[in-house]
Write a new protein. Structure first.
Lengths: 233, 320
């Protein structure tokens, strides 16, 4: 479904921040992306949500080589990817409702469907009473939940999240991880970049570890696997 | 998933009342408000006024040329000079006799609507501004002048006519007014060209200003723009928002411009009327011309809209 072969990325004429990245994500897989600060996690995510193009290598997404796609096809490809940005990137002139509705409007979904789905999801993330609030009047945790709702509202085929639980208390963080897991069970491929070792251990998924621009994949820890099998979430 | 969450569903009555979740489309980019919008509105208003003035001037010049041309069409003037080829004066009686003979030739033609020998007193009256009204006028021999109007649409052979008249008045000249008319046509043509040039300058200024305004809007909202792009908004989707925004501002500016331009044209018309200038014929705009002037902001707004689209598309191509 997603295949990277010898992918490299450099900014301008600087050194490669990602070197010879090779991996494959199967449909419906769940990975944590971890690594020290500056290892290239955000750069790798930006390649995955097509915010950047690689300077070398082959990227295949959903069976298509992205290097061969036209601008409109790339836009359509981006619509299949949901992203939770580390800094949320909410539109401050829009209400929480409209922020969450935005991906659906971009996709041209019927307004009735938008009204129903967005209201439901906002209720579910605990922001049912904050629909009309502007993001800059909300707390960091609330903004993060809006960002997460916006990322999942279209039921993307690939969900990418950059430190999605960073500003949340444990309970909300747990609920949102459960939402990601639920989406994953419905077939969405999930990649979550996080430093939170507790979450990585608790949820027991494969780890993509980036170190100095290079990537390797680790199987889940036994502890994490046991937790998953026990169905702790 | 959403079915499982159905129990959390709320009615949207409150959102609708507040206009948050209505079906109406709003801009995804924060385009409304800001001084740049007022600037663009004002600029389009001023461009519309200038455009109206240029177009009205062009209509006036066109009408003036047409009326002059129509006034002199089918008309010639025959002049019987009062001197011979050696420069010696011819007796006034001889000039009158040659003029009468020439008038008879003209009168015998079937294609002449009217032929009139200009009275000597009338000719003296016409010459008086240059020669004065003192006694000198009486001593100056006056040429014979015949004003001829042909039937409309006839194309007389002027050379043959001149040859025929020269048999009775060897130094007779026929003036078809062509050279004067061509001078007038050149003059009005130059003025019309200036009006077209002004129109072009207005278009280019609008184009540059709108492109600059759109670029500045995009630059102000770079993060939002990138976000839309990353969420899968196509270039066309984003461009449409800027197009629509620019079109609405331009139409608002255009309406202001039309009102301002109409007031200005009315004032100019009044001032020109009160000056009693007889050099140019009276000029009144026709209904179709008035409609064209009123609709002028439409092409200006369309130009602004397409410029906005082109600019956005160019900016977006810099994104992957």
């Amino acid at each position: 479904m997603i295949r990277y072969e010898h992918v490299g990325l450099r900014y301008g004429i600087g050194p490669e921040v990602l070197e010879d990245i090779n991996f494959q994500l199967d449909p419906g897989s769940f990975h944590f992306l971890s690594g020290p600060s500056g290892a290239g996690k955000t750069s790798l995510l930006s390649l995955m949500y097509l915010g950047r193009m690689p300077t070398r290598g082959l990227i295949q997404m959903f069976g298509q080589n992205i290097g061969e796609l036209g601008r409109d096809q790339l836009a359509a490809m981006r619509q299949r990817v949901g992203v939770v940005f580390q800094d949320f990137r909410l539109l401050n002139h829009m209400s929480a409702f409209d922020n969450v509705a935005l991906p659906l409007r971009i996709q041209g979904r019927p307004e009735k469907e938008i009204q129903n789905n967005v209201a439901e999801l906002l209720d579910w993330v605990g922001l049912g009473d904050q629909k009309y609030a502007l993001p800059n009047t909300m707390s960091g945790g609330q903004q993060q939940r809006v960002a997460i709702a916006r990322a999942v509202i279209t039921r993307p085929r690939l969900l990418l999240a950059d430190e999605p639980t960073g500003n949340l208390d444990d309970e909300i963080g747990f609920r949102l991880m459960a939402l990601f897991d639920q989406l994953n069970k419905m077939g969405t491929t999930v990649v979550i970049a996080t430093h939170n070792q507790a979450i990585i251990d608790k949820f027991g998924h494969k780890r993509m570890i980036l170190e100095k621009g290079r990537l390797h994949i680790e199987e889940p820890t036994k502890h994490g696997l046991r937790k998953r099998l026990e169905g702790v979430y | 998933m959403f079915a499982l969450l159905a129990k959390f569903r709320n009615t949207l009555s409150r959102e609708r009342a507040l206009g948050v979740a209505k079906g109406k489309r709003r801009y995804d980019l924060p385009l409304t408000g800001g001084s740049s919008n007022s600037f663009l509105r004002l600029l389009i208003g001023l461009m519309s006024i200038l455009g109206m003035l240029a177009l009205a001037a062009s209509f006036a010049l066109s009408a003036m040329t047409t009326r002059w041309e129509q006034g002199l069409a089918d008309k010639i003037t025959i002049e019987i000079p009062a001197s011979d080829s050696a420069g010696e004066m011819i007796a006034a009686s001889s000039v009158r006799s040659m003029t009468d003979d020439a008038a008879k030739i003209i009168g015998a033609r079937g294609d002449v609507l009217e032929a009139e020998i200009m009275e000597e007193s009338h000719v003296r009256e016409l010459l008086s501004p240059w020669l004065g009204e003192d006694m000198v006028m009486d001593s100056i021999p006056i040429p014979g002048i015949i004003s001829v109007t042909f039937e409309k649409g006839t194309k007389p052979d002027i050379k043959a006519l001149e040859a025929e008249i020269k048999e009775v008045a060897p130094r007779a000249r026929i003036d078809t007014h062509e050279s004067w008319l061509s001078e007038v046509a050149r003059f009005t043509g130059a003025l019309q060209f200036a009006a077209i040039l002004l129109g072009l300058i207005i278009s280019v200024t609008t184009l540059v200003a709108v492109a600059g305004g759109v670029r500045s809007k995009l630059s102000e909202n770079k993060e939002e723009l990138e976000l839309l792009h990353l969420m899968g908004a196509s270039d066309s989707y984003i461009a449409k928002q800027l197009q629509r925004h620019t079109l609405i501002l331009s139409l608002q500016g255009g309406i202001i411009g039309v009102i301002g331009g109409a007031v200005l044209l009315f004032i100019i018309g009044m001032v020109a009327g009160n000056m009693g200038v007889n050099l140019v014929p009276d000029f009144k705009l026709g209904a179709d011309q008035k409609i064209m002037l009123i609709l002028l902001p439409l092409p200006i707004a369309a130009l602004a809209m397409f410029t906005a689209r082109f600019t956005v598309m160019r900016v977006l191509t810099k994104m992957p």
